[in-house]
Design a protein around this ligand. Sequence first.
Ligand SMILES: [Zn+2]
Ligand SMILES: [Zn+2]
Length: 289
Amino acid sequence: MDSGLPADDHTHTQFSWDAAFGDMEGSCRRAVDVGLPAVAFTEHLDFTVWNAPTGGWNWDEGIRGTYDDAVGPGGHGHFRGAPLDVDAYHAEIARCRDLFPELTIRSGVEVSEVHWHAEDVQAVLSRGFDRVVGSVHTLDDLRVPGEVLLVDHAEDQRQPLDLFEAYLRQVEDMVASDAPFEVLGHVDFPLRHWPATAGPSPWGRVEEQTRHVLGLLAASGRVLEVNTSIPLDLRVVHWWHEAGGAAVSFGSDAHEPDRVGRRFREVSRAVAAAGFAVSGDPTAFWGRR
Ligand SMILES: [Zn+2]
Ligand SMILES: [Zn+2]
């Protein structure tokens, strides 16, 4: 039975360092239950080392990684998410494909700042992944030249609009590079923490900058992700269509099974109205109508 829903091409399971409640088998079951034709498990692949506040970072929430407490200026250590166990991951993908033959299951990675780590990334990609999402998760640490902070931790260094503009500049650098990724992940990432006191969603104030990034993305032949966690503002999908963007992917960014396919019914309807539609293969990215 065809639900008309698109594939969920951005989810995390227990193989991601920040997904303590991840469960690949449970996510497959959820995908089948909600009628998704396909799911991709795009686990975090991180080579960027972040400054994190002294005393560690969210350890009690099941974050896995290394934290070196050699405190630098401003009182911080350096954090890196635990590496992806590629062998165990592929074994679990194979097991789930056997368990859920009716579901198309794709492998994948979500790579942070892929343009900074092309060689390291290429070595991992050579082991075979169906989907590669490129995402920006960090910004320059204004206290420590040459070092970076997670976007969430940059909020006490920058005003909300400045932070968003700096984020889009970093996205532009990544998109303008020939780094190995196919899909631009969550272009609206900083808006997950947009403070109510900063007024309504700022897209109108960054339209020109965003259209420029989308033009570069379209020219590169890559795909824009409609991340449903906020979800992505429809204006951006219209700008993507006007920029000549060939395809969109849909991603819940689920870190636990219950979030797989979240908001896909209403968001996919809205994206259809903006000019994109399922192509011949219901498990593929949506193309221009
Ligand atoms: Zn991300
Ligand atoms: Zn993600």
